[in-house]
Design a protein around this ligand. Structure first.
Ligand code: PGA
Ligand code: MN
Length: 658
């Protein structure tokens, strides 16, 4: 029976008392002296056996648990975590199998400062930055230093179970998919991986029948028993010792000390972006931080697929499953965070979503901003660092109008009593829902299609309060790649940054770059060759504000109006735009504004000359400093030409207040 123990109390003892509950541990089967609690080690592919045996020896777990992805397995693990107090069930009748988890408050976000690419040659990872400049595009660690950091894995699983998770990124068996095996001592990670990736015994078969290649993923909370550290919220972790290392040459990832999503669900950012972009470069495809969505024009029945790359917490999840405010379109979601893209033999770019779930930011998500995400989260979901009402409902900022009983008492993410109107936050700003994509009401019927979906447009964007118009279309591939390289946005709660500074986040990939950004741009540029048909590239900004700080554009469901403009451009509709120094801007009247209240079109699309001069200078400075000699000449020239256009042609654009 699950106990109703509050998971929020600060514990200064560990959970050793629960060690006995490995009920069916069969001590007869062993790997070295380590008992195998579940699974048949000897049936695994040899490469996997070697990988496990090595880390069993180093990490010294008390048992080995080889996962099969079954429902029975999930049920068993959930019960264990409930007993221990790490998870507890949300009892509201609205839900089915929804659980809440509170982490150690020191382990709530990605730790970029301790995330590394480990390569022999430094410049495989980072560009040649200008002398004196501090590089921010990629983080390199020498193999020697990596080796030193890896020492922390010695004995790191003492007294803990080692779980082996076979998973596929992308539909099992698709030629675009890749296999991974994650070893972890966290059963929270196991449960979340089951949602975010395809965890299944089938994976062993794919490995056995294919080339046997898999990405080796090693994860530990870094908190062996007996714990040297006070364990908070039944969440053993090691914030001081965090290390997240990637070894692209060996296709390996090693993550220590944190259980937070981006640091621990290694299929996601670590594999599907940082390692995969290396594989993609070698094999001639792309692994990008992009949502994938299908837009069907209801009149013609024609569907257009687009990918959009925005930095973390700019609303990719909201856009991917947007509810249109105009009746012309059906929107369907293929993915909300990562796209793997490959040209087929006819040169048509196809995308798959390598993930199987959504790991979305909770605060701000509600039935108005993203009803489809809310509906996806009604069952089989895990909520991390959210608040809970006494009625057993989840709660976070943005749900004030939606909970049934407004005066209900609430327990905040720190486990303290809280009510609406109190100071502080109910939920952590980076609290997350983790839910199966298959439950999304508008999931695309082809979201698991092995060939992927054909992509017509790439859309870049960010949070840009000033200067940047709602939408523009680039002049072509090279200019579009330059636009992507210049993406900037306000800082996000998904990482450890504070405040609202505008940060460069080229291609929305800054935290996820797996190799030298100059080479990355070169790779992009190289794709525009026959028979490839490269997509059109656009830039959007939902976040421009007026001089009073009010948003100029309503956003959310109304973003369909901008997508409609983009789709029509992709279909070759003419006479919709005017050329500006930064790209093609929509002509007045070319965006459907029916039913939208007052809108200050002129401000929304104005291009203040002083702003764009400064922006061009700043971008050139940034790329010169950060990418230096590795910056492709084409990009340098594109920026220079844009600077000249701003200088010579930008006198007045509709609406700019003179
Ligand atoms: P994201 O981060 O917001 O960029 O998707 C996910 C994560 O931090 O794990
Ligand atoms: Mn993301």
């Amino acid at each position: 029976m699950a106990t109703q123990r509050q998971s929020s109390q600060i514990e200064d003892f560990d959970d050793e008392d629960n060690l006995f509950y490995e009920v069916h541990e069969v001590v007869v089967r062993k790997l070295g002296h380590v008992p195998i609690a579940k699974g048949d080690f000897h049936l695994l592919p040899v490469g996997v056996q070697r990988f496990i045996a090595k880390w069993v020896q180093i990490c010294q777990p008390r048992g080995l648990y080889i996962c099969d992805g079954s429902q029975a397995e999930a049920t068993e693990i959930i019960h264990k975590l409930e007993d221990r107090g790490t998870l507890h069930k949300l009892t509201s009748k609205k839900y089915e199998s929804n659980y809440i988890c509170r982490t150690d408050p020191a382990d709530v976000a990605r730790v970029e400062s301790k995330t590394w690419m480990c390569t022999e040659n430094k410049y495989d990872t980072v560009p040649h930055v200008a002398t004196g400049a501090q590089g921010i595009l990629g983080r390199w660690l020498s193999p020697d230093d990596a080796k030193k950091s890896m020492k922390s894995f010695e004995g790191c699983m003492a007294g803990r179970m080692m779980y082996v998770i076979p998973f596929s990124m992308g539909p099992i068996g698709s030629p675009l998919s890749k296999i991974g095996v994650e070893i972890t001592d966290s059963n929270y990670v196991l449960l979340s991986m089951r949602v975010m990736a395809r965890v299944s015994n089938e994976v062993w078969k794919v490995l056995a029948e294919g080339d046997g290649e898999f990405v080796k993923c090693l994860h530990s909370m870094g908190c062996p028993r007996p714990s040297q550290r006070k364990i908070i919220n039944h969440w053993p972790c090691n914030p001081e010792g965090v290390f997240i290392g990637h070894f692209p040459a060996k296709r390996e990832i090693a993550s220590f000390g944190s259980g937070y999503g981006g640091n621990s669900l290694l299929g996601k950012k670590c594999f599907a972006l940082r390692i995969a972009c290396n594989i993609a470069r070698e094999e001639g495809w792309l692994a990008e931080h992009m949502l994938i969505m299908g837009l069907t024009n209801k009149k013609t029945g024609k569907e257009t697929f687009v990918c959009a790359a925005f930095p973390s917490a700019c609303g990719k999840t909201n856009m991917a499953m947007l509810t249109p405010s105009i009746p012309d379109y059906d929107v369907r979601c293929v993915g909300d965070d990562i796209a793997w893209l490959k040209f087929d033999k006819d040169g048509v770019l196809h995308a798959i979503n390598p993930e199987a779930g959504f790991f979305g930011v909770c605060p701000g998500t509600n039935m108005k901003t993203n009803p489809n995400a809310m509906l996806t989260c009604m069952k089989n979901s895990i909520f991390t660092n959210v608040a809970e009402t006494a009625d057993g409902e989840f709660f976070w900022e943005g749900l004030e109008d939606e909970i049934e009983n407004k005066s209900v008492s609430i327990t905040n993410w720190l486990g303290q009593p809280w009510k609406i109107g109190d100071g502080g936050k109910a939920a952590h700003p980076n609290s997350r829902f983790c839910c199966p994509a298959s439950q999304c009401p508008i999931i695309h019927p082809k979201w698991e299609d092995k060939k992927g979906v054909p992509i017509s447009a790439f859309i870049f964007g960010g949070r840009r309060p000033q200067g940047v118009p709602l939408v523009f279309e680039s002049f072509g591939w090279e200019h579009g790649v330059m636009v992507g390289a210049c993406v900037k946005s306000e800082a996000t709660a998904a990482a450890e940054f504070k405040g609202k500074q505008i940060m460069h986040d080229p291609m929305a990939m800054r935290p996820f770059l797996g190799y030298n950004f100059g080479k990355y741009l070169e790779h992009w540029l190289s794709l525009d060759k026959a028979p490839n048909k490269v997509p059109k590239i656009f830039h959007v900004n939902w976040f421009r504000v007026d001089d009073k700080g009010q948003f100029l554009w309503p956003g959310f469901g109304d973003n369909i109006r901008v997508l409609d403009w983009i789709v029509r451009r992709c279909e070759g509709e003419e006479n919709m735009s005017i050329k500006s120094p930064i790209g093609h801007l929509p002509k007045k009247g070319s965006i459907n504004l029916n039913g939208l209240g007052k809108l200050d079109w002129d401000q929304l699309f104005s291009l203040p000359k002083h702003y764009w001069e400064a922006d061009n200078d700043e971008s050139r400075h940034f790329l010169n400093q950060q990418v230096g000699e590795d910056l492709p000449k084409v990009i340098r020239e594109q920026l220079k030409a844009q600077g000249q256009r701003i200088e010579e042609e930008l006198f007045y654009y509709e609406g700019e207040k003179k």
